[in-house]
Design a protein around this ligand. Structure first.
Ligand code: PLP
Length: 373
């Protein structure tokens, strides 16, 4: 008998961490996937009050407190016109757990899961942990996921495909007609579409649409999270919404693995969802400004860079040795291959950092580029 399961041996610790560890002290970190804002003040206050009043001491319902689930349903009604029942929502420990329970509940041993390549690191790992086989689909040149490529990759073994718009690591937003296509594919092929919408609020050009708006079957599971919507990564509060039968299956995993999401975080997220939304606009505006600075700076350096339309990442094509040269000179960027084989030749930069550091980093990256070409 081996010490560890084959499933866990099939995954490794994310390559992103290795980059951080290789960097010297004082490096400018363009590797981090978190907004550099505080959580909204009213969200923090709601958690403090819940703790002070003794309302956050006990387990909550497995799915989460009903007032939070009502706030999530109201958010999706407000933003997408969806008519969700609060019982068809599970509050989770971030979008990460939401993705995990979606995979565990729907992927059988040997099933295939179609994932974007390059794509967020968890899709490959969570598929393997569910004993499935990831099927990476290369993105288009503009770094969006091509519905035709997804449809072509479907086999009799396909359990699900993952859509992530706005995307990590690309910053690309799928146009509405593609989102509609994803819903049609899920309906017609009877495969599950796992729609990871955690960057929903960070869209600069175009508009955010969810496959859940278009699907005629219940073949869409939506993952979202307070992490990036409200700059609350540390609170660990996300959610999943789907049909009752899918929620019931995902709850079986959530109940045994997690019992319930952290109670103080649930109160904070409820306040974030129901309170003033000005911080969301401020964050988006600030990311848009920084996006412009970074894209212009990278183009001036001579790099080819698809202009990101959302999230806070940019993925330029980079020459060999560029990432290491940046690291050596004190700027942390993540090699594209950390996000899949087709990420090779790219680097991911997060611009969730202040403008002064961004400008300094661009200068250094210019020198790094000159040193390697
Ligand atoms: N999905 C995507 C695309 C992400 O980039 C992340 C985090 O970086 C997550 C999900 C998970 O976020 P969290 O668990 O903090 O909600």
């Amino acid at each position: 008998m081996s010490d560890f399961s084959a499933r866990v041996e099939a995954v490794s610790i994310s390559g992103i961490r290795e980059v951080f560890e290789a960097a010297g002290e004082g490096a400018i970190n363009l590797g981090l996937g978190q907004p550099d804002f505080s959580a909204p003040e009213h969200a923090r206050r709601a958690a403090i009050e819940a703790i002070r009043d003794g309302r956050a001491d006990a387990y909550t319902e497995n799915k989460g407190i009903s007032s939070l689930r009502e706030a999530i349903a109201a958010k999706h009604e407000r933003d997408q016109g969806l008519d969700l029942h609060p019982d068809d929502i599970i509050a989770t420990a971030g979008g990460s757990e939401a993705l995990h329970i979606a995979m565990e509940a729907h992927v059988e041993s040997g099933d295939e899961v179609i994932i974007p390549d390059p794509g967020f690191v968890s899709y490959d790992a969570l598929t393997k942990l569910a004993d499935g086989t990831p099927v990476p689909v290369p993105l288009r040149d503009d770094l969006t996921l091509d519905p035709a490529a997804v449809e072509e990759a479907i086999t009799d073994d396909t359990a699900a495909f993952v859509v992530n718009s706005p995307g990590n690591p690309t910053g690309a937003v799928s146009p509405p007609e593609d989102v509609e296509e994803f819903a049609r594919i899920a309906d017609e092929h009877d495969v599950l579409c796992i729609s990871d919408e955690v960057y929903e609020y960070t869209v600069f050009d175009g508009e955010f649409r969810s496959p859940a708006e278009f699907a005629e079957t219940d073949n869409v599971v939506v993952v979202n999270s307070a992490s990036k919507l409200y700059s609350m990564t540390g609170w660990r509060l996300g959610w999943v919404h789907a049909s009752s039968r899918r929620i019931e299956r995902m709850l079986r995993v959530h109940q045994y693995a997690q019992a319930c999401a952290s109670a103080p975080a649930q109160f904070a997220a409820e306040a974030a969802l129901t309170g003033p939304q000005d911080q969301v606009d401020e964050m988006t505006e600030s990311f848009r400004r920084r996006r412009d600075i970074v894209v212009e700076g990278l183009e001036d350096i001579g790099l080819t860079v698809p202009t990101p339309t959302g999230a806070f990442y940019v993925m330029p094509e980079v020459p060999e040795g560029f990432v290491d040269e940046c690291l050596e000179r004190g700027v942390i960027v993540v090699p594209g291959e950390a996000f899949g084989a087709h990420g090779e030749g790219y680097a991911r930069l997060s611009y969730a950092t202040d403008e002064e550091s961004l400008r300094e980093a661009l200068d250094i990256m210019g020198d790094a580029y000159d040193a390697v070409v």
